[in-house]
Write a protein that binds this ligand. Structure first.
Ligand SMILES: Cc1cc2nc3c(=O)[nH]c(=O)nc-3n(C[C@H](O)[C@H](O)[C@H](O)COP(=O)(O)O)c2cc1C
Length: 179
């Protein structure tokens, strides 16, 4: 919490060619002073996740359904963390036309790993409407992804609109703005 009693928000991301990083920066811009910390996991200590109340975690999928490489190294080092009581939200980059059977898989894998760390509350699930794919490990249920899906290859013109709408949902789920 801040001195004013506001929950603190941090963004952590992994990004191989900069697309998820760009999304993280857009999210930071939109949230402005709400965000206390933005960092690439490659430059981060897993303990840093414990310092914030709300975690926005950004990840991309690589090599047909595989975790982005920096998260791949980071995840085992998170094993001692207790994220109980925190709220977590995910945003993810993937290519639905190129990898329709593995669209956003790493987002689901990351949530699975983070959930193990004290069962933090998931916020910001996102509808699958508007995407075309056959299978995804990033699904929360039949109609929703675990978090925001972004597709640089096929739908980059939708990023701004999607990010804004998703952030409204995240803030509503966190009860920071009225539903
Ligand atoms: C070799 C290769 C494999 C990929 N595999 C997947 C995949 O299995 N699923 C998916 O949704 N996207 C896949 N992608 C697309 C990337 O996730 C996408 O390009 C993303 O924007 C990369 O983000 P980053 O630069 O932040 O790492 C793949 C891309 C490449 C080049």
């Amino acid at each position: 919490m801040t001195d004013e009693g506001m929950p603190t928000i941090a963004i952590f991301y992994g990004s191989s060619t900069g697309n998820t990083q760009e999304a993280a920066e857009k999210i930071q811009q939109e949230l402005g002073d709400f965000v206390s910390h933005v960092a690439d996991v490659v430059d981060s200590d897993p303990e840093e996740l414990s310092k914030y109340d709300i975690l926005l975690l950004g990840v991309s999928t690589w090599n047909i359904g595989e975790m982005q490489e920096d998260w791949e190294s980071f995840i085992p080092n998170m094993s001692g963390l207790n994220l109980s009581g925190k709220k977590v939200a995910f945003f993810a980059m993937g290519d639905q036309a190129g990898y329709p059977d593995n669209f956003l898989d790493a987002m689901g894998q990351l949530w699975k790993a983070v959930k193990e760390l004290g069962n933090p509350e998931l916020v910001g699930v996102w509808p699958t409407e508007g995407y075309e794919f056959d299978a995804s490990e990033g699904l929360f249920d039949e109609n929703n992804f675990v978090g925001l899906g972004l597709d640089e290859e096929n739908q980059s013109d939708m990023h701004d609109e999607r990010i804004s709408a998703w952030l409204v949902k995240v803030l509503m789920d966190c009860k920071l703005i009225p539903a």
